[in-house]
Every structure is written in C-alpha cells, then in structure tokens.
Ligand binder design. Structure first.
Ligand code: ADP
Length: 639
C-alpha cells in the first residue's frame, strides 16, 4: 500500500520564509495527485519534503502507514523525476536507466530485464545505446521516467517534468504519463504551474497559493465549486468574469446589483439559499462570478433566462468552434481593460457582433459564484454555513418552520420576531419535528440532506445516507444564533483555549537491569496550562520535540485548545471560577473563568464557586504561538 498521510506539515526555511503552512491531506493508494499553483506557492517544497530532500519543520508524514519524517530519501521507497532530466551525459541511455539498480547491487540479468521492460513501456527500446545528447527533450524525459520506474517505487514524484518541452510534445507526454500511471498502478504526485496540465492529469488536484492549500478536489469539482476566488480564477480559460456588487434579500427574491454599472437582476431566493446570510442585507460588498460559458447571447436562452443584463460589445475573438465576445456591463466601459465591469462571453457559432453594439445577455444563475469581496472565500458554499429561518419568541417558546419549540433553560433571548441561524450540523435526526428528505448529496465524504419542513427548505448533515424519507428532527440549541427583539444570542464556543508551556523534570526512579535495581534519573515531560503541570503522553512530547528541537521547546509559548468534553471537573487541576450553568436540554455545561479566558466544560451537575479542571490530553490541540504553527490537532468530529 502506498497511501500517504500529511498532517499539519509546515516548512519554515532558515531565512524565515514560511514556504508551507499547515498542509493536510490524505492521499490514497494509486491516486494521481497534482499540486498546482503560481510560482513560489510551495509546491516543490512540499514534494521535496515527501521525497526527504527537505526537512519537515513540523507535522507528520506517513507513507504506507509508516512515519517517515526521519527517514533518508533512499529508504522511503519513492522515485522522483525532475524538470531537468539529470541524466549522466557520459553514460548510454541503458546505463542511465540501470544506474540506480547497479548501485543497489541488483543482479545483472535482473537489471537487464527491468531496463528492457521500462524501455518498452516508454517506447525508447531503439535508443538504449545512444548518449543523452543524441536524444530529443521528450526522449530524455522518457529516460528520466525510465530511471524512476525500474525501481518499482511505492510513490512516483514528478516535479514539472514537462516544462522544458514545447507545447505539442507537452500535450503528447501528458497523455503518456497518464497512461504510465494506469500501467504502473502506483501513487503519482505531480507538480505543475499549468492549470490545463493539472485538470487533464489529476484524479485530484491540490491548488496552492502563498504556502497554503486553497482547495483539494477533483477537476470537475474545482471547476464547478471553487471554494474561493483564487481557485475560481485559476481554473478555466478564459478566466471567470468577476464583478463587484451587493445582494439584498427581499422576501422570496434576492436583488443583485452590479457596481459601476446599471445592471440589476432579481432572482428567486430559492436559487441562492446556500448563501451565507450576512451578505444578504444589501450593504456588504461581494464578488459575483460567472464563467464565460454561463453567459449567453442566444435569443432562445435570453427568453427563458431568470436574469439578463445589458452588455456593450467591444471586440470578438473567433476560435473556430466558438467566439469569445468581449464587452462591458458599464455602458461607458471599453471592454479591453479588466476594470471590474469587463465581461467575456463564450458564444457558440459564428454570429457577428459589431463594436459598440448593445446586447442582452442571459446569466445562468444556477452556476453563479459568490465570494466575500475581501477574504475572497465562497459565500455560496456547497455545504451552507447556515439555514436562515424567520422566527418569533414568546415566553419560553420559539416559533420557527411553523413549529413551536420549547427553549432550553440555557437560552435567554428577547421576545419578538427575528431570525434563526441554524448551521446544518445543528439539525439532528433524533427529535420530534416531522421532516421529509428531498435530496441527499455526498460532498467530499459528508452527506448533505435537503429537508422539507412544513414547506420550508432546511439543510442538514447526516452520518451516512438516510434510508427513510420521513424523519423526525430536532435543533441543537447550543449551536444556534438567535436574533430576536433587536438582541442576539450567540452559539456556545466549540473550542476552549488556554496559554501555557512545555517542561521537563528529571526524577529519580528505580530501574532494573541485569537483575539489579538502581535509582536512575529519568526525564519526564509535562504540559503546563495556566501554570498547572500535567504529564505529557509520549506522542505529544515527541511531536513537540520534532517541531522545536533541543531546549527551544522549553522556552516557547503554546496555545492549548480543548473541546468542552476535553476538560473534566476533578480534585486537582486548573482553578476555574464557575460563572453559569448552561442546560441545553440533552447537553449541559458549566461556563467558567480561568484568568481572562472564558472556558466551557461539559458536565451534568450544577457547580458553583471554584472548581478544578483536568484536561484529557488525548483531545488537545497544540499551537506554537510565535510562528503560528499547529503542532498537533485533535480532530473534533461534531456529528
Ligand atoms: P513552487 O514550487 O510553488 O514554485 P517553492 O516550493 O519552490 O515554490 O518555494 C516556496 C517558497 O519558499 C518561495 O517563496 C521560495 O522563494 C522559498 N524557498 C524555496 N527554497 C528555499 C530555500 N532553500 N531557502 C529559502 N527559501 C526558499
């Protein structure tokens, strides 16, 4: 098995460059993974860390289930192909391919068999006696591939292997590498800055920028569901059209206004229900994206469209099967400069458009993309952040989705009407509100369920596919935001944070050796939270040392994070002042203060005064504050 697990991988170069930040990914056996992104985004550094050519600053890398952070490249069972083929000029092609195997002292006849097999696969059998200088670029890259495949590696790493080749040869070699992957049945990791290469080769693609993963997904999902404006703009040619604007929800419709243009459209809210509610008040600037193929000048489509806008044509580019129409949605714009109102439309056929002609264009709202104007993250995610539901509160009951629900004691909200923000995870399938399953969709391993509750749509997440169409649901009140009577009740935080350090003590312990027992000094490691010492499990201590070698680890400030069920009330531990008892019905918590920190602890009993909190270090996440490195993360599954 050659699966790879990359957990919280960081690379900080000695000069302080943070080349890779919190890289997390599970790569399955036999996948073809492509790392793509602009130059300097950290693709090669990540690949070189996998190869063992660069040290990993923090994080854990496993190949085939084994932690390889400390293993030499030669012991990792990987092979790497570089952009510059790195062939030995004085050796023949045969000798170049055989070289690595000879160094491993493989028997001669076995080497011969392997070299010939590889040459056959790569179509270079006739060239084995030549020297590299007698070969073309494409042939040399085949030799480099040959040298990698004779080693039967568990993982093939390829760093921009085709960028020295001309366009035509690149296209040809691209399909040969895909074919090779199928034949070899090993895991491939391929680095490129070329989005077309990435889209045509990868089973999954990792899009990177400035050392961060921006999205990991299949080519189709990257194209259809970009998680941010960067991915939206990076994938697809011509690039997606981006416009600034605002969204305003008004009952069952949403008005979309385009900045610096008279363009305004109104679409049914049902088409934009996954939009994060905070953007629907008509004031927050958003970035509106439409791919050139999702805008049409076809009169038939315009007639049926939910929304049309006016476009002033500037010029066209004939591409044979299609025409690119450039224009502006600002009637004073020129359609050449990328000003935020320029529009590019992919039009099928050969209709002629004159300069300055004003046309109607149909927008395919089903494929609209919406991003935060500043953070550039999608505000129309596949799994919506919230369900946005009208509600009203009277006494101890809240009325929403045409049902009256008793408020749990922990919720103290104002009377009156308002809104309820329900994240999909806050809908549980163990209640008494009848709901009908309308649709279920697997989104990267999570099951998004669209429910109908009294004619209203509600998104939920379930643990696996639901077999029954009729369900009984409940709301997890600690996760809701309730805005009524001009006041807001926020959800309970899901993570507690405490500052602290890491320490060592040498203690005398009896150690038995050769039948004799002697007292010896043994090192013990501790996590200190709010100044209180807790013995650190070995795996935590090892990770702390891996991230901060030597004594540095004892002089570093950490932030420790724990979920509310990762702290328990005990006889000893961190002193905390109880502030409130929060009864959410099924779950009960105490809210307490540790110094300046507000801490939530799951507990079934009411407490008052001072209590002691003991952490469950199996559930701790560790962050190194200075460099902002997450050394350890507890994955808190909320379902
Ligand atoms: P990519 O492969 O995406 O072009 P790299 O992984 O080569 O990017 O580089 C990521 C960042 O790390 C860049 O800012 C680069 O300048 C920096 N970098 C790469 N190698 C070193 C090094 N040996 N020392 C310091 N900085 C480096």
């Amino acid at each position: 098995m050659a699966d790879l697990s990359l957990k919280h991988i960081y690379k900080v170069y000695p000069n302080g460059t943070k080349a890779v930040n919190d890289f997390n990914m599970q790569i399955n056996d036999k996948e073809f993974i492509v790392f793509v992104g602009p130059s300097g985004c950290g693709k090669s550094t990540t690949l070189r860390m996998i190869a063992g050519l660069e040290d990993i600053t923090a994080g854990e890398l496993k190949i085939g289930g084994e932690v390889v952070n400390g293993l030499e490249p030669k012991d990792r069972d990987i092979a790497m192909v570089f952009q510059n083929y790195a062939l030995y000029p004085h050796m023949t092609i045969y000798e170049n391919i055989a070289f690595g195997l000879r160094m491993r002292k493989m028997p001669k006849d076995e080497i011969d068999k392997k070299v010939k097999e590889a040459a056959e696969i790569l179509g270079i059998t006739d060239y084995l006696k030549r020297k590299p200088k007698e070969m073309s670029g494409g042939q040399r890259q085949r030799v480099a591939l040959g040298r990698a495949i004779v080693r039967d590696p568990k993982v093939m790493l390829l760093d921009e292997p085709l960028s020295n080749l001309d366009a035509k040869l690149r296209t040809q070699m691209r399909s040969e590498i895909v074919k090779l992957h199928r034949k070899l049945q090993t895991t491939f990791i391929y680095v490129t800055h070329d989005q077309t290469e990435a889209m045509t080769m990868g089973t999954r693609i990792v899009v990177m920028k400035d050392g961060f993963i921006k999205q990991v997904d299949t080519p189709k999902n990257l194209y259809k569901y970009p998680a941010n404006k960067f991915v939206a703009g990076f994938i697809g040619t011509p690039q997606m059209n981006f416009f600034e604007g605002t969204l305003k929800k008004d009952g069952d419709v949403v008005h979309i206004e385009f900045k610096n243009s008279d363009a305004k459209i109104t679409v049914p809210y049902s088409m934009l229900m996954k939009t994060t509610p905070a953007y629907l008040d008509g004031t927050k600037p958003v970035c509106i994206g439409f791919r050139p193929e999702d805008i049409s000048l076809d009169p038939e489509k315009i007639e049926k469209a939910h929304a049309t806008i006016k476009v002033k044509v500037s010029h066209t580019e004939e591409l044979g099967t299609e025409t690119l129409v450039y224009g502006d949605i600002n009637m004073q714009g020129n359609g050449f400069d990328d000003t935020g109102t320029r529009i590019i439309i992919k039009s099928e056929g050969f209709d002629e458009y004159a300069a300055d002609q004003i046309c109607d264009a149909a927008l395919n709202i089903a494929d609209i993309h919406l991003f935060d104007a500043e953070t550039e993250e999608s505000i129309l995610p596949r799994i919506p952040e919230f369900n946005y539901i009208d509600c009203s509160v009277k006494g101890r009951a809240i009325s929403a989705l045409d049902v009256d629900i008793a408020l749990p004691p922990a919720i103290v909200c104002a009377e009156g009407s308002g809104e309820l923000l329900i994240p999909p995870v806050a809908v549980t399938f163990d209640g008494d509100i009848p709901a009908t399953v309308v649709e279920q969709e697997d989104i990267n391993g999570q099951n998004l369920v669209t429910l109908d509750v009294n004619g209203k749509r509600l998104y939920a997440l379930s643990d696996g596919v639901l077999a029954e169409k009729e369900q009984k649901i409940a709301l997890d009140f600690k996760r809701l935001t309730i805005k009524t009577g001009g006041k807001e009740v926020a959800p309970m935080p899901e993570i507690n944070g405490l500052d602290g350090t890491f320490a060592m003590e040498r203690v005398s312990e009896p150690v038995t050796k050769d039948g004799k027992t002697k007292n010896k000094k043994v090192a013990k490691y501790y996590i200190l939270m709010d100044g209180v010492k807790f013995p650190a499990p070995d795996d935590i201590a090892n990770k702390m040392f891996a991230a901060l070698s030597g004594r540095k680890v004892f002089n570093t400030q950490f932030r420790y994070e724990l979920p509310p069920d990762g702290l328990a009330i005990a006889d000893e531990g961190i002193s905390a002042e109880v502030k409130a008892y929060l009864d959410y019905g099924r779950d009960k918590y105490i809210q307490c203060a540790v110094g300046e920190e507000n801490i939530y602890v799951r507990c079934d009993k009411e407490y008052s005064g001072t209590v002691k909190l003991y952490p469950d270090l199996e559930k701790v996440s560790v962050i190194e504050k200075d460099r902002g490195i997450r050394i350890l993360k507890f994955i808190y599954f909320s379902l």
